[in-house]
Design a protein around this ligand. Sequence first.
Ligand SMILES: [Zn+2]
Length: 501
Amino acid sequence: MFCCRAAVSERLGGTLALPNFLQPLREKGFAKEDNPVLHKQILIVITLIGALSAHGTAKDAKSVLEATVKNIGDVKSVQYSGSGAVFTLGQSVSAGAPWPRVEVKSFTRTVDYDKLATRNEGIGPQGPVPTQFLVGDKAWGQAGSNVNPASPTVMAERQLQIWLTPHGFLKAALANKGTAKGGKATQVTFTAPGKQRVVGTISADHLVEKVESWIDNPVLGDMHVETTYSDYRDFGGFRFPAKMVQKQGGFPVFELTITEAKTNVPLEISVPDSVRQATPPPVRVTTEKLADGVWYLTGGSHHSVLVEFANHVALIEAPLNEERSTAVIAEVKKLTPTKPIRYLVNTHHHFDHSGGLRTYVAEGTTIVTHKGNQAFYQQTFKAAHKLNPDRQARAKKKAKIIAIDAKHVLSDATRALEIHHIQGNPHNTGILMAWFPKERILAEVDVYTPLAPNASPPATPNPATVNLFENIQRLKLDVNQIAPLHGRLVTIADLRKTIGK
Ligand SMILES: [Zn+2]
């Protein structure tokens, strides 16, 4: 999971204004003017009009929203608990497959709508996971006394998650003057203060069945986020779904079966000073020469390797996002100013290792990847990026992809760079490594991340690392140095030590 956490910490979008959906709702006026009989008649007429139209028609959003608030309860805060699973977005074992599942033994979420605050507490397979907090426009994670400020992107998503809850959706749709259409069910659309479009589906019996939105993702672009709510129950004075499923990018990221829900549980949280004063770390690229014409480009959580040929250069890996790619490209232009970046070797499709690919497509660089990723990338390189337009959204370049199988060699008169498929690796079915036969350097990622110096090897060796070693032996690679794209430069002796070979 290292790659995912690191990705989150470096994936820095723009800051967003504090949402204003908590402006006073005009519910008092509604209560005074409401005439249940008239109201019902209006609803019947609206429903009939809706039924006559093939594509639905404009409806009165306010009355539908207010009737739904009445039905499920007007709460200032909610706390719900249960068990289920989370799924790690962008880390599927093969491109296009569902996100991998992690059991959640228990989960409690508290949402204070007045304070725009949330707290998520969970217990995973290995025990408690860091608690996630949001207060206004400050977000962080906490494990014991260890506080970790979240990136602006994570903060913005936690805010959006408030509006995706049934009660949060109703409050935000009323405050932001949602518009309605539909037949039997009503679809209410509004634009959240963070500029995200939010669409909620309200059933004929006034329950929030589904809330959809779109958030920016460096790989998928305007990524669909869909939360469905079912099995509404009375939890003592208000109604709440006993089942919720959220999908992102077409696959579940969260499933919860709720056993308990309460209201009137205000959150009294103070923002730690370290979070209040936190500034996003700058994107840095540090250069280390590994051999003549070979540079290790580090400085953050995810590295790249630059390789110089006679008339061009190749890069191994485009991690994270456009911000990282832009910084790496600037460094390449300093190191090899006259040579175009002709090839970008992508180790695998995991989003923290492919989030910068679109920047290179826009540069006209050819992407070298495993054949299992080709169809997926042909889609993602064309994906709409309206929420956060990147270079490729403007350039709309036709992607050039070299889809490889077991082996591919990039070479000219000056050098050869071998790209090998790491066969049978449990981390990812299409993962590649790069081998410099003359320099005896191997570049790889995620299948082996070096331990801290002098750390003792794990009791059970990592199966992905054992498999890497088997591949090195199978291919008879006489490895000297290993340049991992996470962590630090090591030698083959370090790898052997960690797996006890
Ligand atoms: Zn990975």
